[in-house]
Design a protein around this ligand. Structure first.
Ligand code: NAP
Length: 285
């Protein structure tokens, strides 16, 4: 990678950040676009995030930032303005410098929808969806699906209060019917069997020895099973879903597209998605 002393600096805020694939992917995009810039991970504790954001305002060669766990919600209150998506999700994964002000965007939901559409040929409109998990990723995915016209969204989570609170949030923000259930709710099996799309947004599956995040006997042929996890590329859930005749999709596409959208917001240019994908695959390997 080559850059000069006038290089634009792009940063990733998180804690931890060492595991992130974004530096590999975004540096590949900068290089492919011939941009004099570099993308670096910046590990920062929550208590220090306000100071880190303040320093961006004075950095004249600031190119843009990403925000990852656990800072996405906090970042939403540290920027000056929010895009519509970031405001409706209440979280920021991308920061853009606009005329000395910081704009907070969230590209996770759009990245997910684009992956669904382009890689799985799936359009959510009029179809019921089940989301496993109720954390930050579930929030972006459920709001994205609701805004794309999903018929009903069922959120299933280990901690039922979080499932119910996210369902109320989706209902209130989008007007789409949403229900929050616990893992042992008697209504859950039928909702899973009858859905067109099931999305795993839990972290169950990150370890190769993790079991599927739901009883695989509920999965039906023809259903699309999407796992946000991208490392490993195939989780136990996806393996079981494939055996049962489901269409399956891992999280690499969402990672790529949310990053491509961020790059476009920072630079005004479409990145080489091929270079980004190759960098991701190499980093995972
Ligand atoms: P988060 O806010 O910490 O939420 C984690 C969720 O997983 C919660 O719903 C939690 O349930 C559930 N969970 C954790 N351990 C569990 C267990 N042992 N059994 C059952 N449920 C469990 O994390 P996040 O930001 O939403 O991220 C979730 C996953 O999505 C991560 O694997 C992340 O890598 C992935 N992700 C991928 C992309 C992409 O671009 N592909 C983007 C964002 C996130 P409780 O509420 O009960 O704790």
């Amino acid at each position: 990678m080559r850059f000069t002393a006038a290089a634009k600096v792009f940063v990733l805020f998180g804690d931890p950040v060492e595991h992130s694939l974004s530096p590999a992917m975004q540096n590949a995009a900068l290089q492919a676009a011939g941009i004099d810039g570099l993308y670096i991970p910046w590990r920062v504790k929550s208590a220090d995030l306000p100071t880190a954001f303040e320093s961006l305002r004075g950095m004249e060669n600031f190119g843009g930032a990403n925000v990852t766990l656990p800072h996405k919600e906090q970042a939403a209150v540290l920027v000056d303005t929010l895009t519509k998506e970031a405001a409706s999700v209440g979280a920021v994964n991308t920061v853009v410098a606009r005329g000395g002000r910081l704009l907070g965007a969230n590209t996770d939901g759009q990245g997910f929808l684009r992956s669904l559409h382009e890689e799985a040929d799936y359009l959510p409109r009029g179809k019921p969806a089940v989301i496993l998990g109720a954390g930050g990723a579930a929030r972006a995915v459920s709001v994205g699906l609701a805004e794309a016209g999903a018929e009903e969204i069922v959120i299933v989570n280990r901690t039922i209060e979080r499932a119910q609170s996210l369902a109320e949030f989706v209902n209130r923000e989008t007007g789409v019917s949403a229900v929050g259930l616990g893992l042992d709710d008697p209504r859950m099996p039928a909702r899973v069997r009858n859905c067109a799309l099931m999305v795993n947004t839990t972290s169950v599956g990150l370890s190769p020895s993790d079991p599927p995040s739901i009883d695989p006997s509920l999965l039906q042929p023809g259903m699309l099973v999407y796992d946000l996890i991208y490392r490993p590329l195939e989780t136990a859930l996806l393996r079981e879903a494939t055996k049962r005749g489901c269409q399956v999709m891992g999280g690499l596409g969402m990672l790529l597209y949310q990053g491509a959208l961020a790059f476009e917001l920072w630079t005004g240019q479409k990145p080489s998605e091929e270079a980004m994908r190759q960098a991701l695959v190499a980093a995972i390997a």
